[in-house]
Design a protein around this ligand. Structure first.
Ligand SMILES: Cc1cc2nc3c(=O)[nH]c(=O)nc-3n(C[C@H](O)[C@H](O)[C@H](O)COP(=O)(O)OP(=O)(O)OC[C@H]3O[C@@H](n4cnc5c(N)ncnc54)[C@H](O)[C@@H]3O)c2cc1C
Length: 452
């Protein structure tokens, strides 16, 4: 019998689950209140990376003289805006076309549970109750806004309102030095803004390897970014075109713009989850098991609402696993998602990426590890590209040689980490990497060296 599968949310979790389930024979309806592609494609991941790519090209032009070239970098904010919008539109259209070609029924509107098996959808020209055998909640998250931050859509902004920018801020204060905060610091300093970064701890990226964070901090300081370490923003006031950020230790920043990057909250309010019998955690997330099933046996949750890793890549993988589980295709080996083995990257310059066991966590738990670190300073490709910053670090089991994790900071780290990610996921040994015949010249040669 065909299974009627209803999905709420068209981001990476929802649209991947829809495509895979439809391919496997489910009758799929997907409800999206905004645009298919989700916040990932339209508000967060893709536009931020598109802006960062523009900043990187600008930086390349400005240092072209180091390559023996004469070139001038000048920013055209309108063209940048059009480029970012064009990328979003292409991605939205390609996901929508794929879903339609797979026979997924797309309903534009906001969904609310009526009971555990049905959802009401209200949107332009739509007011309908849809019944289903199985439901997936994949409604994503939104930026956290503290009560002391008077957002105005003009100078006091969340990350979602800050691109494409109507103008490049003269002096930007970024509040929050996690992944999003450092990416926005990098993005706007590369585009020419003076940037102050409010760092609540003593290290940017407090959850990352301190050696990795140190490389990034040095880079920020070299670029003239003001780091306010150990400061918590407590108030934002505006006087004319100046925005004043006050911190708990008495320090303050007078900036032209402020961007809040202090985390996100799940979109679980207003969904009528109680009608479905679902109970959220204190933080508003929907608890799930290893198959992404909630406490209600026919309801799954995935992506940012599930409170696992808030990454687009993880959301898509959860969506795929759910579709396979739902259609009885999950019995092969390695079917369960292991969040500890998810690779992640930070698109600063230099890039930062890591996967698997972190050195600090191994020490904290008393686990014996072997750590090998190779700087890019002697890598031929790094020198050819004129960017020898950073290093690659491989963490392995000293007894078996199994690759347990790794961190990379340097040019192309986001791509390079894939090699370590494949090794970690498939329990490969350092010798498997070291014995591979790699390209020369390539940044990956340092990776092989760290694995030898
Ligand atoms: C600035 C920034 C940069 C990021 N960069 C990266 C990156 O480089 N790499 C990475 O892997 N991750 C990145 N992320 C994280 C990534 O964007 C999220 O993890 C991802 O979007 C989660 O996907 P999702 O499917 O859970 O939700 P979303 O992409 O948020 O999609 C959820 C969808 O559900 C819809 N919806 C919500 N409620 C309802 C309702 N009641 N009815 C109908 N529809 C509804 C929403 O409109 C939305 O379209 C970034 C996040 C931020 C904030």
């Amino acid at each position: 019998m065909t299974r009627r599968f209803l999905i709420i949310g068209g981001g990476p979790a929802g649209n991947t689950a829809a495509t895979v389930a439809a391919t496997l024979g489910a009758e799929v309806t997907l409800i999206e209140r905004d645009l298919i592609g989700g916040a990932a494609h339209l508000l967060d991941c893709v536009p931020s990376k598109a802006m960062i790519a523009t900043g990187a090209e600008l930086a390349n032009l400005r240092r072209a003289h180091t390559m023996g070239l004469r070139a001038e970098g000048q920013l055209d904010a309108t063209a940048v805006r059009e480029r970012v919008a064009g990328i979003e539109e292409r991605l939205h259209a390609s996901v929508q076309n794929l879903l339609e070609s797979q026979g997924v029924r797309l309903l534009a509107g906001t969904a609310t549970f009526v009971d555990p098996h049905s959802v009401r959808v209200v949107g332009p020209g739509v007011d309908e109750v849809v019944d289903a055998d199985v439901i997936l909640v994949a409604t994503g998250s939104r930026p956290r806004i503290p009560e002391w931050a008077p957002l105005d859509g003009d100078r006091v902004l969340t990350t979602r309102e800050s691109y494409p920018p109507p103008q490049i801020p003269e002096h930007l204060c970024v509040i929050g030095s996690g992944v999003t905060g450092v990416e926005f610091t990098h993005m706007f300093s590369a585009l020419g803004s003076e940037v102050s970064l409010v760092v609540s701890r003593q290290q940017v990226l407090p959850l990352k390897d301190p050696e990795v964070a140190a490389v990034l901090e040095d880079e920020f300081l070299n670029r003239g970014v003001h780091l306010l370490k150990g400061a918590r923003a407590t108030n934002i006031g505006r006087e004319g075109d100046t925005v004043r950020v006050e911190c708990n230790d008495g320090r303050r920043v007078d900036a032209s713009h402020v961007i809040l990057a202090i985390g996100s909250i799940p979109n679980t309010d207003g969904l009528g989850l109680e009608a479905a019998g679902l109970v959220c955690t204190d933080g508003g997330y929907i608890p799930i098991n290893h198959n992404c099933l909630t406490d209600v046996p026919h309801i799954y949750a995935a992506g940012d609402v599930s409170g696992k890793l808030p990454l687009s890549s993880v959301a898509s993988m959860q969506g795929r696993k759910i579709a396979e589980h739902l259609m009885g295709e999950h019995s092969r080996q390695h079917r369960h998602l292991d969040y500890e083995k998810a690779a992640s990257a930070i698109f600063t310059e230099p890039e930062v990426a890591d996967v698997g066991l972190a050195e600090a966590d191994a020490f904290a738990s008393g686990r014996k590890i072997r750590v090998t670190k190779v700087p890019f300073a002697t890598n031929a490709q790094a020198l050819i590209k004129g960017d020898p910053r950073g290093f690659v670090k491989v963490i392995s089991d000293p007894a078996t040689g199994e690759v347990l994790g790794g961190s990379i900071v340097g040019r192309g780290a986001a791509e390079l980490i894939s090699v370590i990610a494949v090794a970690v996921t498939n329990n490969l040994k350092v010798a498997d990497i070291a014995d591979s015949l790699l390209v020369h010249p390539a940044m990956a040669e340092s990776l092989a060296e760290a694995a030898s």
